[in-house]
Design a binder for this molecule. Structure first.
Ligand SMILES: O=C(CO)[C@@H](O)[C@H](O)COP(=O)(O)O
Ligand SMILES: [Fe+2]
Length: 226
């Protein structure tokens, strides 16, 4: 069975001063997940949010908090994110080549769904062992921009990675992140992505609900065709 469509507005593009009401607005407009970008000025040159913000937001929403950790030491964050109420914990393979097994197990032990992400320059084969492990990751996040900032241009050449993953793992959650919106969604959806992160295209739209439903329609239409 096809993995269900999950539309995940990236809260990086929201009004951080009103995070709880922005989250509530996204859920009301049809978001399935809320994508939370964690950056601490190493791995990427930007600074966003950490566990205290997840903990505060959790008090205001029951939504699935899809946490994308762009940090060099993800294992140091597992305990705090589990306690804070994160739902998914996605780390980068580039910084977890030696400890991904223990890391995945600890994420699960703390009650979160483990995911792995790969930067544009990282070959897709690098994540196969994690999907096939005894304790597997449950989501692969294919970066479609260089991580670090919202509002960048979608890299269509990353769709080969999505196609490869979808062919090999028919029911895996495959997430795409970076530059997704109404003009790029068909490429990602037809390649087989089912979890769609979208920041600037949702928050910058006059009608964010319309964008969320257009993203969902494209994923569902591609699934019917395949
Ligand atoms: O992880 C990242 C950036 O590193 C993303 O989640 C962005 O926040 C997506 O923003 P848009 O490209 O959709 O504006
Ligand atoms: Fe992200």
């Amino acid at each position: 069975m096809a993995a269900a469509a999950k539309i995940a507005p990236s809260m990086l593009s929201s009004d951080f001063a009103n995070l709880a009401s922005e989250a509530e607005r996204m859920v009301r407009l049809g978001a399935d997940w809320l994508h939370m970008d964690v950056m601490v000025r190493h791995f990427v040159p930007n600074l966003t949010i950490g566990a205290p913000v997840i903990e505060s937001l959790r008090k205001h929403t029951k939504a699935y908090l899809d946490c994308h950790l762009m940090v060099t030491n993800p294992s140091d964050y597992v305990e705090a994110f589990g306690k804070a109420g994160a739902s998914g914990f996605t780390f980068h393979i580039e910084v977890a080549r030696d400890n991904w097994k223990e890391l995945t197990q600890s994420i699960k032990a703390k009650g979160m769904r483990p995911g792995v992400s790969l930067k544009p320059g990282t070959p897709v084969e690098d994540v196969f062992p994690l999907v096939e492990a005894e304790t597997p990751v449950e989501l692969v996040l294919v970066m479609t921009v260089e991580p670090g900032f919202g509002g960048q241009k979608f890299m269509p050449e990353m769709m080969d990675k999505v196609r490869t993953l979808r062919k090999k793992y028919p029911s895996l959650d495959i997430e795409v992140d970076g530059g997704l919106g109404p003009s790029t969604i068909d490429a990602a959806a037809s390649a087989g992505a089912n979890c769609i992160v979208a920041g600037s295209s949702v928050f910058g739209a006059p009608d964010p609900g319309e964008v969320i439903s257009a993203l969902r329609k494209s994923v569902e239409a591609s699934q019917i065709k395949s």
